[in-house]
Ligand binder design. Sequence first.
Ligand code: HEC
Ligand code: HEC
Length: 291
Amino acid sequence: MSAPDTRDPASGVDTTGHEWDGIRELNNPLPKWWLYVFYASILWAAIYWLVMPAWPLASTYTKGWLGYSQREAALADRDAALVARAAHGAPLLSVRPDQISGNAALLEFALANGKAAFGDNCAACHGAGGGGAKGFPNLQDDDWLHGVSIDQILQTIRVGVRSSSPDTLGAVAMPAFGRDGLLKRDEIVNVAAFSRTLSRLAPDPSADLEAGGRLFATQCASCHGAGGEGKREIGAPRLNDAIWLYGGDQKTIVETLTNGRAGVMPAWDGKLDEATLRSLAVYVRSLGGAQ
Ligand code: HEC
Ligand code: HEC
């Protein structure tokens, strides 16, 4: 008895011996190219495991011979982008900051760049679009605590107010008259009521306005001016307008006088590049009115 012929009579190719309803499976070899790609991918995987970060371990992972790290690559990309952005902003450095708005192309660039940087760095405190909040000045109004010119605004952004910078603005703060025992409770009520009259707000009817006025002249005028017009040089706000940093109702003014106020604006010099600082000054200036 000879071995059964396992070849397919039609093609002459060997079969695997599997048969379904008389249909037999041909035993064609895998195409060579397919096989080589298969072996190559196995080899590739082995090499990849060795050179790239691959296998998770208990508390770390295999770092691979190349020591590649996506985090470091992303940081390098970010640094490159910052350098590119700084280079992009270079034309802003070719003129004085207060001349930027005189050049349409520079102005357009500064406004777009400043708007983006404002959203990233400033909006958390000053509100999107610079609308402000209690204790964080509205940058859209025409009242400026520390100056309205591009150079003054740029300086405010650079050094901050009561910040950690040695050049910071805000040498004085609003004293805590109540907490430090400088004024008694009823004196605070009186001078608070009087300061409301400076901006034509109805005073607390129970307050002694005359006594309040005398106190204002001796305790407040040195910083806020005799008529409450404020003093820009020391960052003491105007009290005779309708714009309030903390609030102009009797209760808030009493609170201001009792515990004092010392708003802090961080310094940005060194944290943002020069072109971005200038863009921010131009953008912020564009939000608010003149004085
Ligand atoms: C941590 C909160 C905070 C951040 C962030 C911040 N600021 Fe301020 N900023 C303040 C406070 C508070 C003041 C008011 C200081 C004071 O009481 O005099 C101020 C004041 C200012 C002023 C002066 C306004 C005036 O009336 O003269 C300008 C301009 C300004 N900020 C711009 C910016 C810009 C631009 C950024 C982003 C780069 C920024 N600020 C980020 C808190 C902040
Ligand atoms: C040493 C200077 C100084 C003296 C004296 C002083 N202030 Fe002030 N005052 C300031 C400064 C600076 C601020 C702003 C604080 C800030 O920006 O956080 C301020 C803020 C205020 C505010 C908040 C204004 C707002 O927009 O919300 C009121 C109200 C005020 N002062 C009233 C008074 C009254 C009334 C007196 C007198 C009893 C007085 N101050 C005395 C420096 C002074």
